[in-house]
Design a protein. Structure first.
Length: 241
């Protein structure tokens, strides 16, 4: 016996309605979904604050301060928060703990005493201490290769990374030794003294006439470039005894 389409349609509708009612009853009455968002709070951003400020901000949000770790940060002042977990904006249960990492500042080291060392040794010591080194040079009365100046001063405590500038001696300024031949010994001595040169050994040799009391030889020869403080050997004519 065939059923009319109207009867079939009504039966299908009743069945669908029954399924819908059953699903609503099971999800809303028997097994309701938990309301996961109810009562959650948003984690505030506490980075850059001190611990006192962090505790207050968390308390205002209904959260607690958890473990505190320390980190040596080269660019953040000591005592400031540099990281947190959970992250800012995340949701958490009231009373949940927020862990933070606090900067203890950059590592600081004192510049060691290197002014009495040779330049190469001074640079090695400074680099071994953790500094980068810039080297300048200047003419100085100190021997070539010796440290003239350290900037900043030795003993200064600097936050790493930091640069220390070392000025190294090129030696005393050089002068051109004049030709002294024919000058009297007194004038030759005065000439050397005015140039910052010293009179070294003075050899006397027998001479007649106008060469007596005058320079007849010198070492090094005239025109030589010498550092100030260099001794010059003179040969002076003398009358025989």
């Amino acid at each position: 016996m065939l059923r009319s389409p109207r009867v079939l349609g009504a039966a299908v509708g009743v069945a669908a309605l029954g399924l819908l009612v059953g699903w609503l009853f099971s999800t809303l009455v028997l097994f309701p979904a938990p309301d996961t968002l109810t009562g959650l709070v948003q984690v505030p951003d506490v980075q850059g604050r001190s611990l006192d400020g962090v505790e207050q901000a968390l308390a205002d949000a209904g959260l607690d301060l958890g473990s505190v770790e320390e980190y040596r940060h080269p660019a953040v002042d000591s005592g400031a928060v540099v990281a947190q977990s959970p992250l800012p904006g995340q949701l958490a249960l009231p009373g949940a703990e927020v862990r933070v990492t606090v900067s203890v500042g950059a590592e600081r080291r004192a510049i060691p005493s290197v002014s009495r060392l040779a330049a190469t040794q001074a640079v090695d010591v400074l680099r071994a201490t953790g500094f980068t080194v810039a080297v300048d040079s200047v003419e100085s009365d100190l021997a070539r290769g010796r440290v003239v100046e350290v900037d900043p001063d030795e003993g200064s405590a600097l936050a790493l990374p930091a640069e220390v500038r070392v000025t190294v001696s090129l030696g005393p300024p050089s002068v051109t030794l004049p030709v002294l031949l024919g000058l009297s010994e007194v004038v030759a001595r005065d000439s050397l003294s005015s140039l910052g040169l010293l009179v070294g050994e003075v050899e006397e040799v027998f001479r007649f006439g106008r060469d007596q009391g005058r320079v007849v030889g010198q070492e090094p020869p005239g025109g030589t470039e010498l550092e100030r403080g260099t001794a010059v050997r003179l040969v002076v004519g003398r009358r025989g005894g």
